[in-house]
Design a protein around this ligand. Sequence first.
Ligand code: ADP
Ligand code: MG
Length: 483
Amino acid sequence: MQWEVVIGLETHAQLNTVSKIFSGAATAFGAEPNVQACAVDIALPGVLPVMNKGAVARAIRFGLAVGATVAPRSVFARKNYFYPDLPKGYQISQFELPVVVGGSVTIQVGQGEAAYEKTVNLTRAHLEEDAGKSLHEDFHGKSGIDLNRAGTPLLEIVTEPEMRSAAEAVAYAKALHSLVRWIDICDGNMQEGSFRCDANVSVRPKGQAEFGTRAEIKNLNSFRFLEEAINYEVRRQIELIEDGGKVVQETRLYDPDRKETRSMRSKEDAHDYRYFPDPDLLPLVISADWIEAVKGDMPELPQAMRSRFQEEYALSAYDASTLTSSLEMARYFEAAAAAAGKANAKLCANWIMGDLSARLNRDGKDIAESPVGAAQLAGLVARIGDSTISNAIGKKVFEALWNGEGQSADAVIEAQGLKQITDTGAIEKIIDEVLCANQKSVEEFRSGKEKAFNSLVGQCMKATKGKANPQQVNDLLRKKLAG
Ligand code: ADP
Ligand code: MG
């Protein structure tokens, strides 16, 4: 039997407002428990929620970024359930009329030959408040409740059940993660829970029209866990069905230590929550003028920038997509390409995606805080571009710039005497010396051993401390050995 996997994701993106969605309490992460929960958040009698305009503005930004309809009128509803971290006994959310309807996210899946592009359609995105947190560890042997997070603004973004593999789900989650940071509505910090995914997973025999019964895996806060949880769940469901069992609709949790999903509770239906419009809040009305104003304030979007990079700088789809994985990287690239000249744009891209990214990774730094600025990298790339230095020497210069051993590539090249030797006479002289001292390699080469040639090139480079132009060394050496 051939099985098809069906996945729909619900993502909670925490909006980066300073205060909560219906109160003035702070949203900052990491405070002592319960110091950032005001009367509204802890649901004292008689308090009233007041909508945070900044949260709405962020929802509009998102709607525009994914090409959705921003609803001129949406409604807050109470989702009723009991849990210790929910003092009101209901969560304020949106149900029938969400603020964002439709839209889509384009994803790139896989690499190289097997890469493909796919558009994932969104069902909706709605505003809601977060609940508090139960603390079970290290709390005087008891469980505690921290209500600091209660009332934190969330945008829940829901996809159609259109993803067909864990790889597609991860590509979508990454694209969405990058987008919410790009438009600056969410800090994307997954460890702190600012961006977390619920994965709805089902399987069906290939060719069958109806969907299978799904399980929902809650609160996946890393891309790796998302991938592992889906793959585990797919295997579990297929084995269950092949053994004659049935998948039940339920909520499951992923245990990263045991790498398995476990049943948490049977899945409730919408009617179990007794949704009804919240009488404390007026319908949310968004004027066309407001939407226009937000539109005027939007940065160029990653999709548009990707196409522009391919056209303007003649980059491949892969390069363009890597460079637009964050707004900071895209800006860095454009600044470097502008300074180094368009002819050097591809070289800039290679350096950013290669040496610079590796070095940033190694030091756990963000590109925005790179010790080597875009103008400095451009200066380095320009000297490789005009053959003042080779790529290999470029790495030395880069390291020096990184360590603050010079203000510019030119200064480092000058101070350390790294200028490439391109003078034919000088290179020929070195080659003669090397040939003289390495008669054995010469004989080996003449008897057909190509390896010996590489070894001679290596000797020449070594003799010049890497400063000879490698192409010239190659050409001249061949000529000499042929002669
Ligand atoms: P709920 O509100 O109960 O979570 P929804 O019908 O709104 O349920 O769907 C939630 C998510 O589940 C959506 O992302 C949707 O695409 C996905 N989904 C719905 N049915 C299936 C299914 N059979 N298999 C996989 N995903 C599904
Ligand atoms: Mg749900």
